[in-house]
Design a protein around this ligand. Structure first.
Ligand code: NAD
Length: 318
């Protein structure tokens, strides 16, 4: 019998590719998403989409599902700051609703997408899972508090929390507000990359590695709860230089008010069997190819803040 999985945020950048991978691996998936940024997944025998706000799941049954992968969130700093109350409800209170529903309906595993940004500013060369969390934005704070809410149920359900770096690479539901994706798109479209500051060090993870990590935690029962997943800790300027070596572009550096800088250490996830197969260069190459093939076109749907602002202004999201 096929294993049945619930994926919240299934229509987003990561969720779209994760659902495709799960279906390929013979899982039966129920996706829950408001489709705020659109949807490129098609329903079939192994994939059903419930167009629903995770704040309103009271009447939904999770009976018969083996695991929940919880990705639905307001997923970056500016989008969260647009309407902080909405973000606290979606990013934190809904985690509580989802895990309580999972426990009540006997789901055995809950996997949560936190963020590597929960560490805040860190000078340490190895930011391991043991270091303190000093989140500096509201988005980062919602992730930290949501982790703590979920961990308070650890005696009742298996919980794995991933703290991803900035994800990069092609998805059928692209995001162009993520560093590698954004800078590559700027180079291709405008022949100019705008780098703010540039010296900030950030870790990265390719979307195919990211979804393989979720698959690993679905397949294996891992008793440890929290795992970083981020590699290639490099500066934004060095990402721009990598792009410049492949695309005819200039790099324009201006001052930045974004101090976030940290390096993730991901030894722990490697120690439970995760293998990294992709890198930033692979992401840039596939983004160039996808752009040239006409698969990446400018649209508000590709930027969380632009789309959410419109939805909020039109009273569609409250
Ligand atoms: N992409 C990254 O670089 C990155 C890095 C670290 C952590 N994460 C986390 O991973 C997860 C997935 O990221 P992503 O890049 O795919 O984000 P995304 O913004 O592309 O997708 C989020 C999805 O959640 C849905 N959603 C939002 N609020 C909802 C609600 N109330 N009810 C139902 N659906 C709702 C949206 O419609 C969207 O389809 C998020 O939790 C994000 O915070 C992402």
């Amino acid at each position: 019998m096929k294993k049945k999985i619930i994926v919240t945020g299934c229509c987003g950048y990561v969720g779209t590719e994760l659902c495709k991978l799960l279906i390929k691996n013979d899982y039966e998936v129920l996706g829950i998403d408001t489709c705020w940024y659109g949807n490129s997944l098609k329903e079939n025998n192994n994939f059903k989409l419930l167009k629903l706000d995770i704040r309103n799941i009271e009447d939904i049954s999770f009976l018969g599902y083996e695991a929940v992968v919880h990705l639905a969130n307001i997923a970056n700093d500016p989008a969260v700051e647009l309407k902080p109350d909405l973000s606290w409800e979606v990013n934190v209170l809904s985690s509580k609703l989802l895990i309580e529903k999972s426990i009540k309906d006997k789901v055995s595993k809950f996997i949560y997408a936190s963020s590597g940004s929960v560490y805040g500013l860190k000078d340490e060369l190895n930011v391991t899972e043991e270091l303190s969390l000093v989140p500096i934005s509201v988005y980062n704070k919602t992730k930290m508090i949501s982790e703590r809410v979920l961990l308070s149920y650890v005696d009742k359900i298996n919980i794995n929390i991933l703290r991803p770096a900035t994800v990069c690479g092609y998805s059928d539901k692209m995001r162009l507000d993520l560093s590698v994706n954004m800078l590559t798109f700027q180079a291709l479209k405008n022949k100019k990359i705008n780098v703010f500051g540039g010296s900030q060090i950030r870790p990265n993870v390719h979307i195919l590695d990211m979804i393989n990590a979720y698959l690993l935690f679905l397949k294996e029962d891992v008793s440890e709860n929290i795992f970083n997943i981020g590699f290639e800790n490099i500066s934004i300027l060095d990402i721009a230089k990598k792009i410049k070596s492949k695309v005819d572009t200039v790099i324009n550096i201006t001052d930045s008010n974004d101090p976030r800088s940290y390096r993730l250490n991901s030894d722990k996830i490697m120690s439970v069997g995760f293998k990294k197969n992709y890198d930033i260069d692979f992401a840039i190459d596939e983004l160039i190819q996808s752009y040239n093939d006409g698969k990446i076109k400018e649209s508000d749907d590709l930027y969380a803040i632009k789309k959410l602002r419109k939805l909020v202004e039109n009273g569609k999201v409250y």
